[in-house]
Design a binder for this molecule. Structure first.
Ligand SMILES: Cc1cc2nc3c(=O)[nH]c(=O)nc-3n(C[C@H](O)[C@H](O)[C@H](O)COP(=O)(O)OP(=O)(O)OC[C@H]3O[C@@H](n4cnc5c(N)ncnc54)[C@H](O)[C@@H]3O)c2cc1C
Length: 414
């Protein structure tokens, strides 16, 4: 049996970071990865460009989890400049555009390749095609798959989202055996399924909209941004950002809907005035009056939904009323949410190992000494925008450094 100081389960964002930090602090490290290559998920982040970091001040408004305060504290525990310096120290340089941070290369694959190269150069062993299925405690350390042993174990095996990228919830299956507390798990940053009858008509339509998430009739979330309709429902950043809340509410048996306003009340006033003038002018059918107020397919779907004949040539009063109904619908289309698009399509997992069970500075489990947990396996997830990777880098950096006996300069936790 081969023995290491530290074994890391999962060569993803937090696992590779932990490996580099532990090796730089003098430990001999093995990283075990179930897929045939390390860091596969990193290569698909940010649509292949990797939205690598976030420097958000208002983390409180974008965090999900049982202990939001502690999650925010960990998120802020390593200053942004320190994270930039870490990336510079491994050869990844970062640019900002409109408040979003990407590697200068704009290629997520360069982030993965660099992390792997540095992990190997600093002395980590990386074994791929190794699915960790068994962990036992032995002689004050851990034995993995009856093949490797270590004094310290870092679980960096992610959540349940995107099993095709290696993350199928095995972190939780393995940790449950040790009695580790794991909260309920939900897919997050995922599209929502709706029962809108005209979904096929608007499949593929993208539009800027105000999105209000309603739970049992109360608004619990609002965001403006680009939404994308598809055959089964709706997606886009504002939808993804409220999907974790929707998933949890549905699981609790609550009624969930999204109110989508592709037109504002101000648009309504201008449009109704124009419609009135053209009705007076005469010669227009309903479709002709409404073409141009929003995406053509959306307008058509609204007419279908309201049983309006697009070719109708109404009187001025009737036309004004009918056009008003269509515009009202586009000012507040209520879509009943029937579910999410599932872990297979979600970018992150909401829920995980309870934060109050780990030391927030080191990420070591308070009861199970020598066991560290990082990244998405922890009960903390965030809105889109580089936040989830930031949490992965921070927790990886902390667990890797402290498990190897290193220190972090002016650490806020000490
Ligand atoms: C399509 C997509 C786009 C995203 N884009 C962004 C973005 O631009 N910015 C951002 O901040 N976040 C983004 N995210 C989220 C971000 O990628 C994750 O939150 C982050 O990678 C989590 O890091 P982690 O180290 O916890 O786990 P992961 O990076 O998921 O790594 C876990 C690793 O563990 C391995 N593993 C799992 N089980 C085992 C086992 N039993 N044995 C051995 N190995 C195992 C997996 O194969 C995987 O390699 C995106 C996610 C997806 C799916």
């Amino acid at each position: 049996m081969k023995n290491y100081d530290i074994i890391i389960v999962g060569a993803g964002a937090s696992g590779l970071t932990a490996g580099i930090c532990a090796a730089r602090n003098g430990s001999n490290v093995l990283i075990l990865e179930k897929l045939s290559k390390p860091g596969k998920k990193i290569t698909v982040t940010g649509n292949g460009k990797c939205n690598i970091l976030s420097n958000r001040e208002d983390v409180e408004s974008i965090v999900h989890g049982r202990d939001k305060e502690l999650a925010c504290k960990i998120f802020r525990s390593i200053p942004f400049e320190t994270l930039l310096r870490f990336f510079e120290s491994i050869g990844i340089f970062i640019h900002e555009k409109n408040g979003y941070y990407y590697p200068v290369s704009l290629q997520a694959s360069t982030v993965r390749d660099t992390l792997v190269t540095v992990a190997l150069a600093t002395g980590c062993d990386i074994t791929c095609d190794c699915d960790v299925t068994d962990i036992t405690e032995r002689d004050g350390g851990f034995v993995i798959n009856n093949m490797f042993s270590c004094k310290k174990l870092i679980m960096s095996a992610g959540g349940c989202s995107r099993p095709d990228l290696g993350t199928d919830g095995s972190s939780f299956r393995l940790l449950k055996k040790f009695g580790v507390g794991i909260t309920k798990l939900y897919p997050s940053l995922v599209g929502l399924a709706t029962d809108f009858k005209q979904s096929k008509v608007i499949d593929g339509v993208r539009h800027y909209a105000d999105v209000h998430l309603m739970v049992d009739g109360t608004e619990v979330f609002f965001e403006n941004g680009e939404i994308i309709f598809n055959k089964k429902g709706i997606s886009g950043i504002p939808i993804m950002n409220c999907s974790g809340i929707a998933a949890q509410a549905l699981d609790e048996g609550k009624k969930v809907s999204v109110r989508v306003a592709v037109l504002s009340q101000r648009d309504r006033e201008v449009m109704m005035k124009s419609i009135w003038e053209r009705l007076i002018e005469g010669g227009y059918n309903i479709e002709e009056l409404l073409t141009g107020i929003a995406n053509r397919k959306l307008v058509y779907a609204a007419m279908l939904h309201l049983h309006i004949d697009p070719e109708l040539r109404p009187s001025v009063d009737d036309g004004f009323k009918i056009a008003g109904h269509v515009i009202d619908m586009l000012c507040g289309l209520t879509l009943h949410v029937t579910g999410t698009m599932g872990f297979e399509n979600s970018q992150v997992t909401s829920g995980g190992v309870r934060l109050d069970e780990v030391n927030p500075a080191t990420l070591e489990h308070k009861r199970l000494k020598g066991l560290y947990i990082t990244g998405e396996a922890l009960d903390a997830d965030f809105a889109c925008g580089g936040n989830n990777l930031t949490f992965a880098w921070i927790t990886g950096l902390r667990a890797g450094t402290y498990s190897a006996g290193g220190t972090i300069d002016s650490d806020i936790f000490y």
